[in-house]
Ligand binder design. Structure first.
Ligand SMILES: C[S@@+](CC[C@H](N)C(=O)[O-])C[C@H]1O[C@@H](n2cnc3c(N)ncnc32)[C@H](O)[C@@H]1O
Length: 228
């Protein structure tokens, strides 16, 4: 499936995510708090590396898995070289994990829907975790996607008006072009239904105990904390 990164490029997408500041801040806080007692975390779909950067700065070892080389390189640049050795990059499909009892934490940042069938992913995470290891993730309630996009658009517009966010003319052109393709993108999105219910069902099916499930970003998104 064509990724949002192919359409916008990682830098421009990052600007978007930052523009919708409270969504990203809320999810990063929920996730990083969940790992306060963890020392070695498996971050699935490391993407822009935002969670990995926080966890590494807290002294944890992070294994970042991603299918895209450019994501891994981007995350490495974000974390920086000061913490060399604390970030281990793994170029691999998350549906094909090969770790055994190695981690006391595992995370997925807002991309549960990217992974399609959750069973191969969650069974791999179950094997990768030690007993009592935590698995924390965020996702989007697909039924609330329109409302979430509107909230993010409003936040982005306000940030532009207040001068906290700036797009170059080239970026504006790209955004306008992609805006026209939005209908096509919606068709793609509607094929993958993400929801807290689907995620918790898959967790329980794969042997996890669900400790906490809560909505955030005006209940358009969800956070789930599970334990092996
Ligand atoms: C929304 S981003 C994740 C955000 C990121 N964790 C952060 O903190 O900025 C999605 C990432 O998942 C990766 N991805 C999607 N499907 C994958 C798969 N099957 N295996 C590994 N990585 C995958 C994409 O390449 C992309 O980098």
């Amino acid at each position: 499936m064509e990724s949002i990164y192919d359409r916008y490029g990682l830098e421009l997408w990052e600007k978007f995510v930052a523009g919708a500041g409270s969504f990203n801040t809320e999810q990063l806080k929920l996730l990083s708090d969940a790992f306060k007692d963890s020392t070695k975390v498996l971050d699935l779909g490391i993407g822009l590396g935002n969670l990995a950067k926080i966890l590494v700065s807290q002294g944890k070892i992070v294994y970042g898995v991603d299918i895209r080389r450019d994501s891994l390189d981007y995350a490495q640049r974000k974390v920086g070289s000061e913490d060399l050795g604390k970030l281990v990059l793994v170029e691999r499909d998350v549906r094909d994990l090969n770790f055994n009892n190695e981690f006391d934490g595992a995370s997925i940042v807002s991309n549960v829907a990217d992974f399609g069938d959750l069973n191969p992913v969650f069974s791999g995470v179950y094997r990768a975790l030690q007993n009592n290891g935590y698995f924390a993730m965020t996702g989007v309630e697909s039924s609330q996607l329109e409302r979430m996009n509107e909230l993010r658009r409003n936040e982005t517009e306000l940030a532009i008006q207040e001068g906290r966010l700036f797009f170059t003319p080239d970026e504006v052109k790209k955004l306008q072009k992609e805006g026209k393709n939005l209908e096509k993108m919606k068709e793609g999105l509607s094929k993958v239904i993400d929801s807290s219910e689907r995620t918790t069902d898959a967790l329980i099916r794969n042997g996890f105990r669900v400790l906490r499930k809560q909505g955030f970003y005006h209940d358009t998104c969800y956070f789930v904390l599970a334990q092996k």
